[in-house]
Design a protein around this ligand. Sequence first.
Ligand SMILES: Cc1ncc(COP(=O)(O)O)c(C=O)c1O
Length: 361
Amino acid sequence: MTDTPAPAVRLRADVLAVPAYRQGATPTKPGYKLSSNENPFPPLPGVLEAIRDRGDINRYAAAAMPDLRAAIAAQFSVGSDHVHIGAGSAALLYQLVQAAAGPGDGVLFAWPSFEAYPSLGLASGAENIPVPLNDRAEHDLDAMAAAVTERTRVILLCSPNNPTGPSIRRDAFDRFMQLVPADTLVILDEAYREFVTDPEAVFGEHVLGLHPNLVVLRTFSKAYGLAGLRLGYAVGAPAILAAAASVAVPLSVTGLAESAALAALTSESQKEQRARIAVLTERRDALAAGLRELGLDIPVPQGNFVWIPQSARVDAASLAAVFAEEGTLVRPFPGAGVRISVGEAESVPVVLEVVRGYLAS
Ligand SMILES: Cc1ncc(COP(=O)(O)O)c(C=O)c1O
């Protein structure tokens, strides 16, 4: 990152061994940014108004955020004490893993999955236990259940899975939960839940009440398009959430984010939101269909992105480089595949053209 010589400060060797989370690239020339699973729609007018009206940024926000927690709790039919707010669901992942896992413990997750997962075990001194996805790019829940040991303290389930797309099916989730010890924390990371169209998928709101060791994570960054404001939430047993809160960075959720989220949850905003989500899921399915017509094996996309697996015809790094030359940024996972976010309508034919050209060359 820099040529400045390292000072003689002793840093943790395990930390130095792991690279920092890598954000999706930012465009340097005009084109489409399809590298961070962002929402291409601008914020809703009601949300912008709420931010403009929030004048008290000389004050800390009231950390308890009772109105926002009540609004979220109502969606899950739980009490407000079952909701914990964080500065993005990424912050909540760190808190929950730190609350449950320490040195000598294990953190189990599917791989490839959300790129921040390996940092979670690292930050808490626990061991990461990645379990490869199956050949349909889904969680291999049988292999994950078999990998659980007495040391496993946290299991991360990502549905739909970032970066590959499929969601976890409800029947497979139910079977898996029967095999997981009741004292192991299971986090169902549903950052892309609003984009799921598969009725057979597991949905946090349907299973939360069945498993006291389950915490569901959601975010305002994706479907709600508030990535830049950093707001996510966890829903689960108050005792687990209280432990997470104990390791939270104090006062990191802003009042601006709170006001925006409340404005995004009004029934009028929700209606507008649903219409936008329908546009994005249709666009996603059209993009996947177009890629399949080019002969590619595209896993079922259930988030706001599609996945092109590495194959004899596709090298992830070189395909991403060709996209970048054309001014479109996508996310390569070298040796594994390329993730392409669903962006502006005009980006779909551009993506298909770039891939067509790449396959032909
Ligand atoms: C699966 C998954 N979980 C969590 C996050 C974190 O989102 P945020 O911190 O913006 O809520 C992301 C972001 O890309 C994600 O893909």
